[in-house]
Design a protein. Structure first.
Length: 347
């Protein structure tokens, strides 16, 4: 009996590890468990930073709502390359005067598009959005900026998408070496509603009794906000206070303009670029010396494209546009940005 139990435990362990590595299984299970008794995820609707520290003061629900736009018929095809600020929230019905809508998410190759060409009978508009903490990583790399939409004159609809690195991943890479394995295991084993009261008790004890919080969380007691620590004390790429010199600004500008030329040369009539500020950059820049990455890049005449300057949109009354327990904006911030986009499209 002991031997049978050992084998069953081994099989169960391997199965959980395999499922936690397989992106398709993770995606299916993540959707399936929503709203189900006992297996419903505990984190849903709560801030990602709260889910790191479990301090009860920051246990606030998060909801997003965008109005549906009743637009006139239009010949606009809109393409959006974005991150999590827009990917799950922005839909065709929220955008004014568009006929077709396509979204690609940074680093998610399953959302990337390989197309023969744009529809020349349409007015093609591209919006490139990214949060500030990804700018220094993304925008120093031309391939990163151009991979989400690849143009291939030999492409035929229905054929396998071209691999961005030129090679198909091996079976082992696809099924046993997922870079998100730790977070996937955490989700599969412990991310259930019934565990959250215990996690919160532990989080409160650690913070209020021992003054301990997870290493990736910073508490701004003055403004009652949680920040992702790498955005104010971390490595060069994400840190709002890590100095940036003119040569790096020039290199980022040059790389962005090369990417904009790539998209223009392939038929885009208009290109918009927008950087969403790190929350600390606009809520409490006094925690350090802000490197002014966004204002420097958004200077007039710097970039060869149109701009949606979220820094100027949010710098006044910044706390009202971000979630105090999350790395993202709140519904007000999302709506303000989308209204600005719609104003541009209706013009």
């Amino acid at each position: 009996m002991k031997k049978v139990c050992s084998y069953l435990f081994l099989i169960l362990t391997v199965a959980i590890y395999y499922c936690s590595n397989n992106s398709s299984i993770i995606e299916y299970y993540s959707e399936y468990r929503i709203g189900k008794p006992f297996i419903s995820p505990g984190h849903r609707g709560l801030g990602d930073l709260y889910n790191m520290c479990f301090i009860s003061e920051f246990n606030t629900s998060i909801e997003y709502a965008l109005p549906e736009i009743k637009s006139k018929k239009s010949d606009i095809d809109l393409y959006v390359i974005c991150d999590s600020y827009l990917m799950s929230h922005l839909k065709k019905e929220n955008v004014a005067n568009i006929d077709s809508f396509f979204k690609m998410k940074w680093w998610d190759e399953s959302t990337y598009k390989t197309i023969k060409g744009l529809n020349k009978n349409k007015h093609n508009i591209l919006v490139i959005e990214m949060s500030e903490r990804f700018v220094r990583g993304n925008c120093n790399n031309y391939s990163t900026l151009t991979n989400p939409i690849l143009f291939d004159s030999t492409f035929q609809e229905g054929k396998t998408k071209i691999s961005l690195d030129g090679e198909e991943k091996s079976f082992l890479e696809k099924h046993f070496f997922n870079p998100n394995i730790n977070s996937n295991l955490e989700m599969n084993l412990f991310d259930y509603t019934l565990f959250y009261p215990l996690k919160e008790i532990k989080g409160n004890l650690n913070y209020h009794w021992f003054n301990r919080i997870p290493e990736d969380v910073y508490i701004d007691k003055e403004n009652y906000f949680l920040y992702y620590k790498p955005t104010l004390l971390g490595e060069q790429n994400m840190n709002s206070f890590f100095p940036i010199d003119s040569s790096e600004i020039d290199n980022i500008t040059c790389t962005l303009n090369r990417a904009f030329s790539y998209y223009r040369n392939h038929g885009f009539n208009e290109i918009y670029f927008s950087i969403i500020p790190n929350p600390v950059s606009v809520i409490n820049p006094g925690l350090g010396v802000y490197n002014k990455l966004i204002p420097q890049l958004m200077r007039e005449g710097q970039l060869h494209c149109k701009k949606i300057d979220a820094y100027l949109l949010f710098i006044k009354n910044a706390k009202s546009y971000y979630i105090n327990s999350d790395t993202h904006w709140n519904s007000s911030g999302l709506n303000k940005w989308v209204r600005t986009l719609n104003d541009s499209l209706t013009k």
